[in-house]
Ligand binder design. Structure first.
Ligand code: IPE
Ligand code: IPE
Ligand code: MG
Length: 223
């Protein structure tokens, strides 16, 4: 069995979860944020080194301004609240994505969380915000001052340079696509798609997916 070092999750379905109960979409985002804490704790307790969570894509700016504004406020509130969990569970916090589009105050909250947790030695929680693989790859390529670049050069210039490749990628919410998430890093990831909407995702289902992962044979092109 291959080691499971890096789980990535496309946390989709918050809006539909809220709609199903006759509530507005933002209600689902609040529930989704609570779920992040629950899942993060479990993954860290399992001794898995990296957990990457897709929270806001480079394409999500297309949404109505009111929803985007809500998500930005939620992110800041969430980080302030999550710090306690991160410290209690020895979790390091990192982000991937282009921070420059965020307000100075949100950038401060993000950097403060990174700074306060930087000496934690357990799991690393990686939040993908204003993240898109294509944007990440282009930023990386433009930062390399070499005429011919190798795979290693590119990897060392990606936002994920400090982390290993994705072993398991889970998408909740029923869609079977990657939506521009960790395309390079998931080249040999095992993919899991579930119809469960993110706020309904349970630790039992997570355990079940991990059990299933352990039964898969990863050949990497070999035999
Ligand atoms: C995922 O849930 C969270 C974000 C993209 C911020 P959605 O908001 O995409 O929920 P659905 O897919 O519309 O149900
Ligand atoms: C992917 O979900 C992005 C996040 C979960 C943050 P989307 O809801 O934005 O993806 P599409 O639009 O269905 O592909
Ligand atoms: Mg969605």
């Amino acid at each position: 069995m291959d080691a499971l070092k890096h789980i990535a999750i496309i946390m989709d379905g918050n809006g539909r979860w809220a709609k199903k109960q006759g509530k507005i979409r933002t209600f689902g985002h609040n529930a989704g944020a609570k779920k992040v804490i629950e899942v993060t704790k479990r993954v860290s307790q399992l001794g898995i080194k990296y957990l990457s969570l897709y929270a806001f894509s480079t394409e999500n700016w297309k949404r109505e301004k009111s929803e985007v504004d809500f998500l930005m406020k939620l992110l800041s509130k969430f980080l302030k609240k999550e710090l306690k969990t991160l410290m209690e569970n020895n979790i390091k916090f990192r982000i991937i994505g282009d921070l420059s589009k965020f307000s100075k105050s949100l950038q401060n909250v993000i950097n403060n969380t990174i700074e306060k947790t930087k000496n934690n030695s357990g799991m690393t929680q990686i939040l993908a915000i204003n993240y898109g693989s294509r944007d990440e790859i282009i930023r990386a390529v433009n930062s390399i001052e070499k005429e011919t670049i190798t795979q290693k050069d590119l990897e060392n210039a990606l936002d994920t340079k400090d982390f290993c490749d994705v072993d398991m990628l889970i998408r909740t919410g029923g869609e079977k696509r990657l939506s521009n998430f960790l395309l390079w890093q998931s080249a040999y990831a095992e993919l899991f798609f579930t119809k469960t909407l993110w706020p309904d995702f349970s630790l039992e289902e997570l355990d079940h997916i991990i059990m299933n992962f352990k039964q898969r044979e990863r050949r990497y092109g070999g035999i």
